[in-house]
Design a protein around this ligand. Structure first.
Ligand SMILES: C[S@@+](CC[C@H](N)C(=O)[O-])C[C@H]1O[C@@H](n2cnc3c(N)ncnc32)[C@H](O)[C@@H]1O
Length: 491
């Protein structure tokens, strides 16, 4: 029923909600990006309005091929929940933390846990007479507790995840010694990682690479979203429900919650420091970076998945809206305060998530574990043989995906302004030295001062029709020079 979505509340706060969703004026855009340029974030770039692509980013100097064009720090972002098993990274900047041993040990331990959980699930399902799973369970060699046999060899276990197909398992004591630091792997000291710093609020969900990252996360958004003792959140049970729902459905909700927390915390701080009464214009000041982002309601702009019949589209969009609504109810339960009501309306929540949907927001950080094993592989023969006597069993235990990198979603204030072209002049590319969650853009050909900066949102080596079909998932028909040319050739 529509009234479930709090339409009355949205009507009551219509003007505040409209002020958050208003397209910023030309002057406001210039002012905001001028501030970023002066802060040295994009000294050689300008943001300008284009004729038919909204705003875009332009070169303010000549760039050589392979030159760094943009380094963009994320405003908000989070590692994907499913990736947390594979990569142990700073919850603020996403650089890898701990040590090579900790990265490997943690991954083996957590995969072992999920294997045991799965085995238990299979056993439960077995007792409910699922014939397909009965076959599976027999092939996993379960012991009395539902645990898989500890030292089993390579398995083809359909009950386990896709990753474990090519894995061997190591004894638990060996994994333990990696985790507690008593086992040192050869040459691992050549890949030092920052010491793990705990969350200021004492939760056991977020870890950092430095006290400055821990403090920045705490001040920016985490103090409201922390489940630890020191949290400022009003209802930690609801916060846990929110987090679990996001983990199980769509982890973009975590990033949306960061946006809302960031603004609420800024207002609280301004009130404390300036002893001012609450004033809606303050919210608009703090909302400025997100006001700049191109947005639509999530359930209107999300692409219809291939496996959904177009006649089911209305139902699909309603389900997406319901999902956002449920998530928002948990978040409100955790951090709601009367004066922030418009910020926590479904319309704003839907637009924040829609902004992530429409903007380029992949967060990728290469794994030092991959570098480590490549290093071992490249050692001179005798040293390599010696090192591999120890490292080989770990590599085999990690399996084919030993090199899985850190993956997540983030909102980058400048990269999100870069338009698409099917003949781009830049690409998102992490160089050897780029070891955290910043977005890096590199010129793939010389770019002249005044040219617009373009990346490709898709694989561009495809015929016009196929490119258009892919770009329609982003909600626009491409007006780049190549498309306009190919379109006019075909008509
Ligand atoms: C990531 S945003 C880029 C910044 C955006 N122009 C703005 O004003 O904020 C993506 C949106 O820009 C527009 N856009 C980007 N590339 C385009 C292209 N090649 N042709 C037409 N519109 C484009 C589309 O509206 C698209 O949904």
């Amino acid at each position: 029923m529509e009234c479930e979505y709090d339409l009355a509340l949205e009507a009551k706060y219509a003007s505040e909600i409209a002020s958050l969703l208003a397209t910023p004026s030309h002057e406001a855009v210039q002012k905001y990006y001028g501030k970023l340029a002066r802060a040295g974030i994009c000294p050689c770039l300008m943001v300008k309005q284009t004729k038919d692509m909204g705003k875009g980013i332009f070169a303010d100097k000549d760039f050589q091929e392979d030159e760094l064009v943009l380094r963009d720090r994320m405003l908000v972002g989070a590692q994907h929940f499913s990736n947390k098993v594979d990569s142990f990274v700073c919850s603020f900047c996403c650089c890898y933390i701990g040590s090579i041993e900790l990265q490997i040990g943690r991954r083996l331990f957590l995969h072992g846990e999920s294997m045991r959980d799965r085995a238990k699930e299979c056993k439960i399902e077995k007792s409910t007479h699922c014939s397909q799973l009965e076959l599976v369970v027999e092939s996993t060699n379960l012991d009395e507790n539902g645990d898989g046999v500890a030292d089993l060899d390579t398995t083809e276990d359909p009950c386990s995840d896709r990753h474990s197909k090519t894995r061997t398992r190591l004894p638990e004591e060996v994994v333990e010694s990696l985790l507690n630091g008593t086992l040192k792997l050869p040459y691992s000291e050549r890949f030092p990682l920052p010491t793990v710093i705990n969350c200021i609020g004492g939760c056991s969900e977020e870890y950092y690479c430095s006290t400055s990252c821990a403090e920045a996360a705490w001040e920016t958004f985490h103090s409201l979203l922390c489940t630890g003792e020191g949290s400022l959140c009003k209802n930690k049970d609801e916060l846990r429900n929110f987090k679990q729902h996001a983990d199980e459905t769509n982890d973009i909700f975590h990033v949306a919650a960061q946006v809302i927390s960031m603004i609420i915390l800024k207002i609280k701080r301004a009130k404390q420091n300036l002893h001012e009464d609450f004033n809606w214009s303050k919210v608009l000041d703090f909302w400025e970076p997100f006001a700049m982002g191109y947005k639509r309601q999530w359930w209107d702009c999300v692409a219809l998945p291939d496996d959904i019949d177009p006649i089911e589209e209305t139902l699909f969009r309603k389900e997406i809206k319901d999902l956002a609504w449920t998530s928002l109810q948990f978040l409100k339960g955790a951090i709601f305060e009367e004066e922030y009501t418009p910020l926590l309306s479904l319309k704003i929540y839907g637009n924040i998530i829609g902004m992530f949907e429409l903007n380029n927001l992949d967060l990728i950080v290469a794994s030092p574990v991959e570098d480590y094993f490549i290093y071992i592989d490249d050692l001179p023969h005798s040293e390599k043989d010696e090192a591999e006597k120890i490292t080989r069993s770990f590599l085999e235990a990690l399996g084919d995906d030993y090199a899985t990198c850190c993956q997540g979603s983030a909102f980058f204030p400048l990269q999100s302004c870069i338009n698409h072209s099917c003949e781009p002049n830049c690409k998102a590319f992490k160089r050897e030295q780029d070891r955290d969650g910043q977005a890096i853009l590199i010129a793939i050909r010389p770019i002249m001062k005044g040219e617009q900066i373009f990346i490709s949102y898709i694989e561009e080596d495809m015929p016009w029709k196929e490119r258009q079909a892919l770009l329609s998932d982003y909600g626009f028909a491409c007006k780049c020079c190549r498309c306009l040319q190919e379109q006019s050739n075909s008509s």
